[in-house]
Design a protein around this ligand. Structure first.
Ligand SMILES: NC(=O)C1=CN([C@@H]2O[C@H](COP(=O)(O)OP(=O)(O)OC[C@H]3O[C@@H](n4cnc5c(N)ncnc54)[C@H](O)[C@@H]3O)[C@@H](O)[C@H]2O)C=CC1
Ligand SMILES: C[N+](C)(C)CC(=O)CC(=O)[O-]
Length: 496
């Protein structure tokens, strides 16, 4: 995957700020131009929320954060950038002027994406000298979490540009979807606007208020849409007879008078006030950034669940997350220094996130196992048992775990985990992991575990190959000289 080396963001509001966060957390330096007097504060707040969300999203090693520079002109921003993202307000004249200015100053090979929600790229590239490298890269809010960018070319965009854009987005965890033709509002916003238009009528006509309308979405089809789209969902809704039956049954409803679809409600001051005050009653108890954080935690939870779906292969946005993590591990793993074998291996650094805390106000039981599991995975990667190894049909499975809870971990506590190998043979690894509070170094929990090397297709244990054992042996030999940790061999309820 050949990625972006340096990005420029022109416009740093809701979307430009979140693009910057996506780039920076992907390890890419960003030059930002936005004349707003508070641009630095606004982008800083978006970045803080994005960092918090990534901390919850993944244990994979993120690259060192890119450097963010605020500059005074478009020319300064685009200098040396190979991806330029325009995110200025949605006005054709303004966007066209800004894009023409970018075009004049940028390297002719740099890609120029526009965040526009609906303007055709042909309109935007009209006055450019190098229009072949300009396209729409329409993201979804929050750009740093939602992986999609609709890639739309105009009449003068080259097909190679769209393919290259797709390729460059992949290493930062994004999925570029190339549309076959340009159309106003692309695919996503055409669908969203149809739903929004109908929603506005339902409020205007006092059928429901904003809260009821949102409840209808989030308790029903909103949940479906997070994991399957419209057509896959309706295929299932057609029962055993599938899509043809679904269309035969529900297709005729489309011409019943259920909907006002193409009529646009008149957004009078009165209607705007009605919607705004209903929305205040619904969500006004939360501040804006607080609502963003709640949204981010929910999105993270959904993506993590989808990552575990489909027999662990990942599904939808969870598959994109799994692929992103593979990339991060491959990158981060390659840069790792040789481990210090003279002591237990420090393999995991993490933080207690809001989603990990239970009704007792501290880290809940199963998250300990998650940290210990991640520690085991880190050992496996160290000895060459990585994604490619597992995909090829072999792995290590955990067959026994004994966890002792010795301290408390509270929300936001930084933790680290070390691992000491106790014994090995060609099939088994017995080891002892310790989670400590990174600020106080106090032990929070320990786990003694046993893993077995398996042929996952045959479903039975087999000896690990020589190349894995060769990487394991020096660690096991070095750890055999360390004192046996306190707690090894303990059973439940046993006195010291
Ligand atoms: N807000 C959303 O949900 C989404 C917005 N978009 C698109 O992203 C673009 C930006 O929208 P938002 O971020 O929501 O707007 P915004 O109003 O939050 O941000 C626009 C930013 O552009 C800056 N700006 C104005 N003139 C400028 C110029 N000449 N050069 C550089 N910066 C300039 C403003 O100071 C402001 O910070 C629009 O094209 C919009 O359609 C796309 C997807 C979702
Ligand atoms: C409201 N909007 C048209 C700017 C929304 C988008 O373009 C995409 C999104 O994030 O919903």
């Amino acid at each position: 995957m050949s990625g972006i080396q340096k990005a420029a963001c022109i416009g740093g509001g809701v979307i430009g700020g979140a693009w910057a966060a996506r780039f920076l957390l992907g390890g890419i330096d960003v030059a930002m131009y936005d004349p707003h007097p508070e641009a630095e504060r606004i982008v800083g707040e978006v970045l803080a929320n994005a960092e918090r969300a990534y901390g919850l999203l993944t244990m994979a090693p993120l690259p060192p954060k890119g450097k963010l520079t605020f500059v005074k002109t478009i020319e300064e921003a685009v200098a040396g950038a190979d991806w330029i993202q325009e995110s200025v307000p949605e006005r054709v004249d303004l966007k066209r002027n800004v894009i023409t200015q970018i075009d004049a100053a940028a390297d002719p090979k740099a890609l120029i994406g526009s965040s526009t929600s609906g303007i055709m790229p042909t309109e935007l590239q009209r006055d450019m000298k190098h229009p072949e490298r300009m396209f729409v890269a329409h993201p979804y809010n929050p750009v740093y979490l939602l992986p999609l960018a609709e890639l739309v070319g105009g009449q003068k965009t080259s097909p190679e540009t769209l393919e290259l854009a797709k390729e460059r987005l992949a290493p930062i965890g994004m999925k570029g979807v190339i549309l076959k033709k340009e159309i106003e509002a692309f695919v996503g916003d055409r669908l969203l606007e149809a739903v929004w238009r109908e929603g506005l009528w339902l409020i205007q006509d006092d059928i429901c208020d904003t809260e009821t309308l949102d409840d209808v979405i989030r308790y029903s089809f909103g949940m479906r849409w997070a994991q399957m789209g419209m057509f896959e969902t309706y295929r299932i809704a057609g029962g055993e007879a599938g899509m043809r039956h679904f269309i035969a049954q529900f297709g005729p409803c489309l011409s019943w008078p259920w909907t006002k679809l193409t009529d646009v409600v008149d957004l009078t001051d009165e209607l705007v006030e009605k919607i705004a005050s209903q929305s205040d009653a619904q969500s006004g108890a939360y501040g804006f950034r607080e609502l963003e954080r709640i949204r981010d935690e929910n999105l993270v939870g959904i993506m993590q669940t989808l990552k575990a779906s489909n027999g662990g292969k990942g599904w939808g946005s969870g598959k994109i997350l799994a692929d992103f993590e593979k990339h991060l591990w491959a990158q981060g793993g390659a840069k790792k220094e040789a481990p210090d074998l003279s002591q237990p291996l420090r393999l995991i650094d993490t933080k207690v996130s809001a989603a990990w805390v239970d009704y007792n106000g501290h880290m809940t039981e199963h998250r300990y196992l998650q940290v210990f599991g991640d520690t085991s995975d880190a050992l496996l990667r160290l000895i060459g048992v990585d994604f490619a190894y597992v995909e090829a049909g072999h792995s290590y499975y955990t067959v026994e775990t004994h966890i002792r809870h010795l301290g408390e971990a509270k929300l936001g506590n930084r933790l680290y985990a070390t691992l000491q190998i106790l014994s090995t043979d060609d099939k088994r690894i017995q080891y002892f992991s310790t989670i400590r509070n990174a600020e106080t170094d106090e032990i929070v929990a320990t786990a003694e575990q046993l893993m077995l090397h398996v042929d996952s297709k045959a479903g039975k244990s087999v000896a690990a190959p020589a190349e894995v054992l060769a990487k394991l042996k020096p660690i096991a030999d070095a750890h055999a000289t360390l004192p046996v940790p306190d707690g090894v061999g303990r059973s439940v309820g046993q006195k010291k």
